[in-house]
Design a protein around this ligand. Structure first.
Ligand code: ADP
Ligand code: MG
Length: 286
């Protein structure tokens, strides 16, 4: 039978905004010594603002227009943000054959033209000659019929509690804090430095994130590994970790499903809170 103090611990955690899906995860949480974070939507807000538009062949407004139409059906934070930046109603664009490529971007046919919207990897995969560009932000490249058409610079902000969250984990005795991201190295390194993360790995595809977590799991010496994500592209990593922690408010349904622990208000500081509750509960149980 499950000791009563587990229920008290799970109840206490839920009052703090942390949903723990079972007593076994309480035990795992108590022995976590590595916390691996996804970047977008987890340590950053996942709400991007357009900070610059650099077209090569068309007007700036037209570049944003094309990108936001290609992103019409995507739930990725970048897509949501680009749509919000192009608020023009009622233009009758014909968008067909939409295909989202995880870790790359989205391609679609708009009014008969093949448009790709994504990162450098995506441009390289179709042979469009993108140019090295401004590094202050996440770069979204656009191609029209295989020809490079320019890029949009967008930028996200770090969550208010992110630095305090990393600090609290280090104070709780966490051995390593790691960030994994599909975003560019320049953006990733800046966020990692600002938050004093121990390690950062960038430009990863979703399958690279799984491989990285597996490598980190092999390096564990008796401790447990937690992965924290919003589930956009990272549901497989959430299930691979010893304990998968999902953002509940902005996160995807797939994440909430795949996770063992859900942070109801997306506050990364709650990871340290959950860990303290778990350790206290385990001291009572043992
Ligand atoms: P993160 O690891 O930061 O959560 P993702 O793995 O979701 O990021 O995406 C990695 C990169 O792939 C993004 O930084 C972006 O360059 C590109 N990308 C992914 N989805 C889209 C999209 N819908 N539109 C444009 N670019 C995208
Ligand atoms: Mg993500």
């Amino acid at each position: 039978s499950i000791p009563l103090s587990f229920f008290a611990g799970i109840g206490g955690a839920s009052r703090a905004g942390v949903l723990i899906k079972g007593s076994n995860y309480m035990e795992t949480l108590a022995s976590v010594d590595t916390v691996v974070f996804d970047k977008t939507g987890t340590l950053t807000k996942g709400v991007f603002e357009v900070t610059a538009i650099h077209p090569e062949t068309i007007e700036p407004e037209e570049l944003l227009h094309l990108a936001s139409h290609v992103e019409r059906y995507s739930t990725h934070p970048i897509a949501v943000s680009l749509r919000a930046a192009y608020a023009h109603e009622a233009d009758d664009c014909r968008v067909e054959a939409v295909e989202e490529v995880a870790g790359h971007g989205v391609r679609a046919t708009v009014n008969g033209h093949s448009i790709c919207v994504g990162n450098a990897k995506m441009m390289e995969s179709i042979g469009a000659a993108w140019h090295p560009c401004e590094r202050k932000g996440t770069i979204i490249h656009v191609s029209i019929d295989g020809v490079y058409a320019g890029h949009i610079v967008i930028s996200d902000v770090i969550k208010a509690n992110a630095a305090a969250a990393i600090d609290a984990l280090h104070k709780n005795g966490i051995r390593r804090t790691v960030m994994l991201t599909g975003d560019a190295k320049s953006v990733a390194d800046q966020v990692a430095a600002e938050l004093s993360l121990d390690e950062v790995y960038s430009e990863l595809l979703p399958q690279d994130k799984v491989a990285k977590v597996e490598a980190l799991l092999r390096q564990e010496q008796g401790g447990k590994l937690a992965f924290v994500g919003d589930g956009i592209n990272d549901a497989p990593v959430l299930s691979r970790a010893d304990v998968g922690i999902a953002m509940g408010a902005m996160g995807s349904d797939a994440a909430i499903e795949a996770a063992d622990v859900v942070l109801m208000d997306d506050d990364p500081l709650k990871i340290a809170v959950a860990q303290r509750i778990a350790r206290k509960t385990m001291r009572i149980v043992r």
